[in-house]
Write a protein that binds this ligand. Structure first.
Ligand code: ZN
Length: 69
């Protein structure tokens, strides 16, 4: 018996971490505390530290505004 190979997820539907306020993709920072625990924080350029949403939709218009011309 062979198992079917799942279809790859289309590029536009891959979930990403986005800001809950503006839907821009967040920047993730991971670091280890002195006692050995890993912490992860997410930062939005417009809204600072946020608790991200995991969504396939990213606000492309606002993301383009962040890129240098
Ligand atoms: Zn934001």
């Amino acid at each position: 018996m062979t198992l079917p190979i799942p279809n790859p997820v289309p590029e536009g539907l891959i979930p990403r971490d986005v800001c809950p306020h503006c839907r821009r993709e967040t920047h993730c920072y991971r670091f280890m505390t002195p006692d050995g625990h890993w912490l992860e924080t997410h930062h939005c350029r417009a809204h600072g530290d946020v608790a991200p949403l995991r969504r396939p939709v990213v606000n492309q218009r606002l993301m383009a505004e962040l890129l240098p011309a």
